[in-house]
Design a protein around this ligand. Structure first.
Ligand code: ZN
Length: 453
């Protein structure tokens, strides 16, 4: 398969008046700074609520109509940290006390104590025990992803040698399943195969409440625990401060009228695991950029809806709810475009993450409509968006692994842009991780695709 054909000669150039009025990169980046400034934006948190109000204000400021919040019921996980002490059964004065972080939607406990076993052990005690597992992030040669792609844009032939570290291990979000299947009453996950030192891994985020106390520890803590386990029977004492409850959040929607009574939906999610810049500060900002641009354009062929959903970090609750309640609208939807994660590639160094100055591999999940696939390929090359892969929606699973993936299952044509940097669920998703240079070209590629429709 060859690189996608480049017909950018016939298309507007970068300085074409065609794009006049499109927000500049510093403005888009300043929105991301404001979003990060709200603090942790998990469902039910004040930061997410303030972000929703701010989005409504922006939509109103741009002159969009029917700006509103639509209620989304969801499970809320509120945590206030965790702790772990592991001691020798025969001599409790020999112990390790290590920093720990609770798994979302796990069970809050105070000093739950039980013998500790490696998950792969065959010698489980009668009665309660805690399972210790290790997580290694998956590494995938980009040659492999390229082999799955419909087409790709890789002018520097980097896919030949690049290897991407994904933000998941082999079990994706099913990290607790093996421990629960063997009857463990507690879980300690060592973030062993991570290129940086962390315990703050916001996974699983499927919104499913699991009835065991569960914590993450970093690899240094993992070594200390394993060493102690080598000295005899050990007891783990776990505390998790948190609360699971049913609550609600809001999808924020707004519209612009077009000439024809059909719809283009442009979406992302407003919640996040942390005060995250990439996930999904960049997505919100790219949706706002489209909203601002199209609000100033007289030539709108179709109606446009801008959608920022709730509860991506609670099982994608917002997108599910939107699809459930807007059946009629979806029948008249020409395309749903989801924009998430304009991310810098990073490497681990001395326990930290350093941006390499290059973008993370760009995934463009595109419905199998030939004209659409061609239009996307042509927009990518016109905007010189290197490291891009055009992928069929169901290439990895039933639907694309994005907040917008459910639209594919609802039969709506989609274009889902996202990247999957290894730090996506980590506290270190900070402003330095934003692919600032990509914000404008990605946005303009989307404009080109919409104009082709
Ligand atoms: Zn996201």
């Amino acid at each position: 398969m060859a690189n996608s054909g480049d017909d950018s000669q016939s298309r507007p150039t970068l300085n074409d008046p065609h794009f006049e009025g499109f927000p500049e990169a510093p403005e888009i980046f300043s929105w991301i700074e404001e979003i990060v400034g709200f603090g942790v934006r998990r469902p039910g948190y004040e930061g997410d609520f303030n972000c929703q109000e701010w989005i409504k204000n922006k939509f109103n400021e741009f002159g969009l109509v029917e700006v509103k919040g639509e209620e989304v019921p969801l499970n809320i996980w509120q945590e206030n940290g965790a702790s772990l002490k592991v001691y020798l059964l025969d001599n409790p004065s020999i112990f390790v006390d290590v920093p720990a972080y609770p798994l979302p939607f796990s069970k809050p406990v105070e000093n739950f104590q039980a013998p500790l076993r490696h998950l792969e052990s065959t010698d489980f005690p009668n009665g309660d025990f805690v399972a210790l597992d290790k997580v290694q992030l998956s590494e995938v040669p980009l040659q492999f992803f390229r082999s799955l792609a419909t087409s790709y844009f890789d002018p520097e032939n980097e896919f030949d040698s690049l290897v991407q570290t994904l933000p998941f291990g082999q079990r994706f979000t099913e990290v607790l399943a093996p421990a629960m299947n063997i009857g463990a009453k507690g879980f300690i996950g060592v973030l062993d195969g991570f290129p940086w030192l962390t315990k703050e891994y916001y996974v699983p985020y499927d919104g499913i409440i699991r009835d065991i106390p569960a914590i993450w520890v970093d690899k240094e803590a993992g070594s200390k625990i394993t060493e102690l386990m080598g000295r005899g029977e050990v007891i783990a004492s776990i505390s998790v401060k948190g609360r699971n409850y049913s609550g609600s959040s809001q999808n924020i929607v707004a519209s612009l009228k077009g000439k024809e009574d059909k719809w283009i939906i442009i979406g992302s999610h407003h919640d996040a695991p942390w005060a995250s810049a990439v996930e999904d500060g960049t997505g919100i900002a790219m949706v706002l950029a489209q909203a601002k641009y199209w609000s100033k354009t007289a030539e709108r062929k179709y109606n446009m809806m801008f959608l920022l959903t709730a509860g991506h970090m609670s099982g994608g609750a917002g997108t599910r709810k939107f699809i459930e309640t807007h059946n009629e609208l979806l029948k008249d939807t020409v395309i749903e475009i989801h924009l998430e994660h304009a991310a810098n590639e990073c490497r681990g160094e001395n326990g930290n993450l350093i941006a390499t100055g290059e973008p993370e591999c760009r995934w463009w999940f595109t419905s199998e409509i030939e004209e659409l696939q061609k239009s996307v390929a042509s927009a990518i090359s016109a905007e010189n968006l290197k490291r891009s892969l055009i992928l069929k929606p169901d290439i990895f699973m039933e639907h694309p692994p994005t907040d917008g993936g459910f639209f594919h299952l609802a039969g709506v044509p989609i274009l889902d842009f996202l990247t999957a940097p290894m730090y996506l669920f980590d506290k270190l998703d900070t402003l330095d991780k934003v692919d600032v240079n990509g914000l404008l070209p990605i946005s303009r590629a989307v404009v080109r695709v919409i104009e082709d429709l």
